[in-house]
Write a protein that binds this ligand. Structure first.
Ligand SMILES: NC(=O)c1ccc[n+]([C@@H]2O[C@H](COP(=O)([O-])OP(=O)(O)OC[C@H]3O[C@@H](n4cnc5c(N)ncnc54)[C@H](OP(=O)(O)O)[C@@H]3O)[C@@H](O)[C@H]2O)c1
Length: 292
């Protein structure tokens, strides 16, 4: 298949290129040549390439920056996704539009909880609202041939990601104990796991609509950091202590619980790995642990 990846130079895009490149012909569509906000130019380029599949990763992803640059966030995440969906429809390419757990409010009606594909999004941030607007554009324009793939708490080769930041901070043995938020829950997910899900969905051409694609099981940022510390051993000498969200105010409010239920993948008989297994696999490769 010929697969075009928007934002193909970003963190997820780079993993997709490595994971899919052996089996498929890939086209990396990123700035400066491929700009998703330039509607006619983007469509003309896509028509010239005529891919079978478009994986749309390009986005404004810095959650706090979106709060202060609202217009830009919607131009990229809503209008950009509309342009990609229109262009994909023009050439009949199947569309995978990558979205996020931040479409949900993070305030579950009860605990324990995980948000299902059928639950109604109520984003509380500009990032979440702009990504949800992009989802709606893609579904309205091209309902039969679009998969909205919601992912979360992403880390991948080269970063940047929470895992990379914590590995760096944790290496400082002389630093004061590292305070990490312990009252926000989600599903840490590696870009490799997302690539594996997409490879599976490429074999299911009839699947469309919303698909949640995160690792199994949930944790807090503190629990994720403790597991990273355990895996890195002597390379993470710094102590880690739990703290509350209130101690770390951010421009964009973070969801208290944005864990996702994988109903569609489960019905299809596909199970993503638990987050601990995916993290161990990633850490062994990214930080080249001895004996791995
Ligand atoms: N990272 C996470 O934790 C996370 C969680 C949930 C969902 N997601 C979603 O997953 C997808 C991939 O995320 P990621 O972490 O791989 O993002 P990323 O590393 O920020 O990559 C995004 C790519 O899109 C490019 N881009 C920006 N504006 C563009 C434009 N106008 N036209 C074309 N390309 C443009 C960026 O180029 P520049 O670098 O030059 O700007 C970058 O190469 C996004 O849709 C994101 O919303 C991410």
């Amino acid at each position: 298949m010929k697969i075009l990846i928007t934002g193909g130079k970003g963190m997820l895009g780079r993993t997709l290129r490595r994971a899919l490149g052996g089996e498929h012909e890939l086209v990396v569509a990123d700035l400066p040549d491929w700009d998703i906000t330039k509607d006619d130019d983007f469509a003309a380029r896509l028509l010239a390439v005529r891919p079978d599949v478009v994986i749309h990763c390009a986005a404004m992803t810095k959650v706090d920056d979106c709060e202060t640059h609202r217009e830009l966030a919607f131009r990229l995440n809503e209008d950009g996704t509309r342009n990609v969906a229109l262009a994909a429809k023009l050439c009949g390419a199947r569309l995978f539009a990558i979205s996020t757990d931040y479409v949900f409010s993070g305030e579950p009606p009860r605990e324990p909880w995980a948000w299902g594909e059928q639950d109604i999004p109520r984003p509380r941030t500009v990032y979440g609202a702009s990504k949800f607007a992009g989802e709606q554009m893609a579904q309205m324009i091209y309902p039969d041939n679009t998969v909205i793939l919601r992912i979360a708490w992403l880390y991948g080769a080269g970063g940047p990601s929470f895992v990379h930041t914590m590995a760096q901070l944790g290496a400082d043995a002389s630093g004061a104990p590292l305070k990490v938020v312990d009252d926000q829950r989600g599903n840490p997910t590696s870009t490799q796991v997302v690539a594996d899900v997409i490879r599976f969905l490429l074999t299911k051409p009839d699947v469309s609509g919303i698909v949640h694609a995160t690792c199994e099981e949930q944790c807090t940022w503190y629990e994720l950091t403790c597991e990273l510390r355990r895996l890195l051993g002597a390379r993470f000498p710094r102590a880690v202590v739990p703290c509350t969200t209130a101690e770390f105010p951010r421009p964009a409010p973070r969801p208290r619980n944005s864990a996702l239920k994988k109903s569609v993948l489960n019905v299809l008989g596909y199970r993503t790995p638990p987050w601990r297994a995916a993290l161990a696999d990633f850490v062994a490769r990214e930080f080249a642990l001895p004996g791995c």
